[in-house]
Structures are given as C-alpha cells and as structure tokens.
Design a protein around this ligand. Structure first.
Ligand code: SF4
Ligand code: SF4
Length: 226
C-alpha cells in the first residue's frame, strides 16, 4: 500500500537500486513467517499479482474472491488484497492474530513461486521517483536481528524486472490519476462506474499469454475512456 511519509522515519534513509546489496534475510527467512501475519488489508494486489494468482492456482477472479482475496476501498478506489484469516491466537500485543490463507501450518508460503509483488519485497518497500523505482529498507518490518545481505534484484526474484518495473510505474501513475478523479468527483454513481470498469478490465477479465502487452493496450483504452 502506498504511503506518503518522510523516508528517514520509515527506513534507513537510503534508496537502493536493483543491483545494490541490502540487509534482508538471504537464507530465505529461515522458517520465519512474521511478514505473513497481521497484515490487515495492506497486501494490496495489482493486475500482475492477480494474473499470477489466477494462472498459478488455475482459478478465476470470482473463485479467488471466495477463498483468498478481499475487496476493499483505498482512496476511493476498489482494491483487492490478500485475505488475512484469524488464527484464534493472540499476537505479542494481545491483539487477535491473523495470517494469510496461503501460509501453511509449517509457516511456509504455499504459493512462493507466484506470490504477490509486495510479498516479494518484505522487508523492502518501493519508492516512485522521477527516474524510476527505488527500493528502501523499512524500519520495524523484519523481526530478525542477524540479517544477511542480498542483491535487491535477487531478493525480489522476478526474471524480467525491466518490463515489470515499467508495468509498476504505468499502473502506479494510472491509480494516482484515478484516486485524484475519485476525490474530485462528486457523483457517486460515476465513481462506482469507474471502479467497476477498472475491476472488470484489470482484474476480472483474464489476460492471455502476453500479460504486459495486453495490459498496456487495456491501459491506453482505459485512459481514453476514464
Ligand atoms: S502470499 Fe505467501 S508470502 Fe505473501 S503473505 Fe501469503 S503466505 Fe506470506
Ligand atoms: S520478519 Fe524478516 S525473517 Fe521474518 S518473514 Fe519477514 S523478512 Fe523474513
């Protein structure tokens, strides 16, 4: 989820590139799954994430909604996010604990190879700058003390990062414009129609073999229509 805050408050103050080494947990978190608990609706899903989930699980958007993802509204826009199910336990603060529905009893991600982009980042975050995407090491996100270094690119683990980042920037810009429009628009019916269109074209309707090409074509049409 996007946040507008002072970088020094939430990170070590550095902006890393894909080729920089960063202190994450190069041993694949070694059995820790803290990042998969108590996330509320913050693991928001973009069209790439949902496309990955649909293909990886062989499920439609409706089937995902019935089992693993939840719809919410952020800044006037409908956004899907990973569902957090209550575990019946309490966390260290005494609050009810919850965990992602894809986390196994053994604390392993059962969809590791097609997990969402935000899951790939933990404990990193993204910043959108004029020259492109930068990565930050978020304070307080990782509970491990002895973290090891890994190249940002390897940590995220997506093969075509250049194309993926172009997609992220295009989607980020589009969402920002949609949010601005939703804030300014007083006609609730128009906002609803806009949301339904975005949901249908970017989440419900399947993408074919070339996700990025189809996404770009749909985005261009959406920009003209909306
Ligand atoms: S998808 Fe996997 S990595 Fe992401 S929160 Fe769920 S279990 Fe954790
Ligand atoms: S808290 Fe750290 S070690 Fe644990 S799952 Fe998250 S990134 Fe990995």
């Amino acid at each position: 989820m996007e946040r507008t805050v002072d970088l020094l408050e939430i990170s070590d103050g550095k902006i890393y590139t894909l080729n920089d080494m960063v202190k994450v947990c190069a041993d694949h978190c070694n059995g820790c799954s803290a990042c998969c608990h108590g996330r509320g609706d913050t693991i928001t899903l973009d069209p790439w994430d949902v496309n990955q989930l649909k293909k990886g699980l062989g499920m439609s958007f409706e089937q995902l909604l019935a089992s693993a993802i939840t719809l919410g509204v952020v800044n006037g826009l409908i956004r899907p996010s990973m569902t957090m199910a209550e575990t019946g336990l309490t966390d260290e603060t005494g609050e009810p604990d919850s965990k992602c529905t894809f986390l196994s009893e053994q604390g392993r991600c059962q969809i590791h190879s097609f997990r969402p982009g935000l899951c790939r980042l933990f404990p990193l975050g993204r910043v959108y700058e004029e020259q492109g995407i930068g990565y930050i090491l978020l304070k307080g996100e990782c509970v491990r003390e002895n973290r090891t270094k890994e190249k940002v690119r390897k940590w995220i683990g997506i093969s075509d990062m250049g194309t993926y980042e172009k997609f992220l920037i295009a989607w980020h810009d589009f969402v920002k414009k949609m949010e601005e429009a939703a804030c300014q628009e007083v006609d609730a019916n128009l906002i609803k129609q806009m949301n339904m269109y975005v949901l249908q074209k970017f989440y419900v309707e399947d993408f074919g073999e070339n996700f990025y090409e189809e996404f770009s074509a749909r985005l261009e049409t959406a920009k003209i229509l909306l």
